[in-house]
Design a binder for this molecule. Structure first.
Ligand code: BJW
Length: 241
């Protein structure tokens, strides 16, 4: 990777750093991405599995898919990219991690604070009470699972057509507006509102660095678009600091 002198200078003067991650950061750990070769949406229809209508129609089918994904993710470990981002939390006094990922690998890597835009696959929500609880059981002993109140539980995940929780998206907007540097890692940058965050950062004069194995709609907007694997490029950036 050829790091430009502007990238080095941006880090030298940066006070607030925000990182936005997508499925690509976890790809090297073995978590399937959504789009592109081998992506989940190549083999499964989002409309059948990741919408409130799909859940209403067939909660068992939706839970079977999530149970399978929980079993895939459970043994996986954070990779070098996650580890660098975890060290950034200590390195920068004003650091925010925004992730679209639901796999929990940033937490496993050591990040303590993060904005999980699309929820977390290890949490369940009671349909009746709205109560959110951790649930690490994989495979699940009962599909679909039920709350102690007798109501159905759903994955605590934001599906297509659902709004992101107000506080969550507001925090993400603020971290995008206020940062000096935004590093955008492993996202196809097509799902809203997450895809608008780097644009907001640019509009507020942040230095936006994209890391991806291929070009995305963000590549022409970012100050630097670094093509390669997150697990290779993030350690190189860390070495510069
Ligand atoms: C690597 C790598 C390596 C690989 N290193 N890189 C306008 C028009 C039409 C629809 C909409 C619209 N505006 C909003 C919408 C609706 C919709 C939307 O954005 N749709 C678009 C697809 C068009 N948005 C919503 O519904 C959101 N809610 C909302 O907007 O509410 C208000 C509203 C509703 C309806 C209409 C209008 C407004 C909610 C979005 C929830 C997204 N949920 C999902 C699924 C969760 C289920 C689950 O996981 O079980 O979240 S979708 C899926 O995509 C998942 C991801 O978080 C999200 C983003 O994907 P991501 O992370 O970018 O992954 P990939 O696979 O796409 O990309 C991976 C990238 O990594 C690639 O670029 C690779 O090259 C790269 N890579 N290896 C570096 N080693």
């Amino acid at each position: 990777m050829n790091c430009s002198s502007s990238l080095k200078n941006a880090f030298l003067s940066a006070k607030k750093v925000t990182v936005l991650t997508g499925a690509g950061i976890s790809a090297e750990s073995g978590v399937p991405t959504f789009r592109g070769e081998g992506g989940l949406w190549r083999n499964f229809r989002a409309e059948d599995l990741a919408t409130p209508d799909a859940f209403e129609k067939d909660p068992k089918l939706v839970w079977e898919w999530y149970d399978w994904r929980r079993q895939v993710i459970k043994p996986l470990k954070p990779n070098r990219g996650h580890e660098v981002i975890a060290r950034f939390e200590d390195r920068f006094s004003d650091f925010t991690l925004i992730t679209q990922n639901i796999d929990g690998l940033h937490k496993k890597a050591g990040n303590e604070k993060m904005i999980e835009l699309h929820g977390n696959i290890w949490k369940v929500r009671c349909l009746k009470e709205g109560k959110v609880e951790d649930n690490l059981e994989a495979p699940l002993s009962l599909i679909p699972p039920y709350c102690t109140c007798g109501s159905l539980l759903r994955p605590h995940i934001v599906w297509f057509g659902e709004s992101l929780p107000y506080d969550t998206i507001q925090q993400a907007y603020r971290a995008s507006e206020e940062c000096d540097i935004m590093i955008v890692v492993g996202t196809s940058a097509v799902v809203q509102p997450a895809a608008s965050l780097p644009i907001i950062a640019r509009q507020h004069d942040a230095y936006v660095i994209e890391i991806n194995t291929e070009e995305t709609p963000l590549s022409g907007i970012a100050n630097e678009s670094l093509i390669g694997k997150a697990g290779d490029i993030l350690p190189e950036i860390e070495r510069l600091l």
